[in-house]
Design a protein around this ligand. Sequence first.
Ligand code: ADP
Ligand code: X2W
Length: 271
Amino acid sequence: MTMSKSTQATAPDQKPIIVVKMGGSIIDQLTQEFYDSFSELLGHYHCIIVHGGGPAITSLLTRLEIEGEFHKGLRKTDEQTLEVVEMTLGGKVNAKITSELLKQGIKAVGLKGSDASLITADYEDEENLGFVGKVAEVEAGILYQCLNAEYLPVVAPLGKTKTGQTVNINADIAAGAIARAVQAEKLLFVTDVPGILREDEVIEHSTPEEIQSLIDHGWIYGGMIPKVQSAVEALSDKLEEVMIVSGKQALIQGDRMKGTKIRSKRKEGVE
Ligand SMILES: Nc1ncnc2c1ncn2[C@@H]1O[C@H](COP(=O)(O)OP(=O)(O)O)[C@@H](O)[C@H]1O
Ligand SMILES: CC(=O)N[C@@H](CCC(=O)OP(=O)(O)O)C(=O)O
């Protein structure tokens, strides 16, 4: 279970916290409509961004002629691969998102999960996956300090083990763990599809039970699996709703967010 350490600062008041996971699949395709509606969202929430970058890592590995391998959806990360992961997530992708937000007039500050004990991790499966981490503890205080100072933290999904080894963490899992640790009220996965699809139709409302059945029947596969699993794990009395939305369009259309809403069964239908 993920622990939260928040001794250094208190949670910001006035506005609730939203954690937004920006998928690597969409980072290069985010539209102006998306940014405009995102800016609108910032009027209602303190926001923390956690980003992916899987496609950018794969592309650099290919250019360097390093063979990539996935095991149960997680990238096998040897020493060479870790070097590329750190350069890509902590360097290129983090800088790209932060710069774009600054251009939009948003005070974004780039952080690596491996900075200042933000994310302490254990090995996921050292034998089969190498330097891949699972989140053990998140130091919420660092993020609270940013939010209290009106900065928007943009977090790269890297962590440090207790012995100081940097590890690669799946961004969906990092986002869920951070949302729990900071007691976020909402968690949003921004990706390249308009929500969970079944026969090309967006499922507007879903529950953990339905999601399990969609996985069991093969309707949910690949990169959508860690996303929905992380969504289901993040649900709590505090975090009642997780959404999966597209970054190709405005987040809010009319007066509501477009995409798939995931809530526990007993909360479903309760707005
Ligand atoms: N039921 C589903 N509905 C929508 N997308 C799905 C579904 N099952 C699998 N996917 C796949 O999941 C992808 C999104 O996951 P991923 O590529 O890991 O994105 P990200 O980089 O945003 O995390 C979609 O582009 C799609 O190919
Ligand atoms: C351990 C592991 O698999 N880490 C991921 C981290 C990036 C990520 O999750 O990016 P997306 O959100 O774009 O998929 C990877 O190396 O691809």
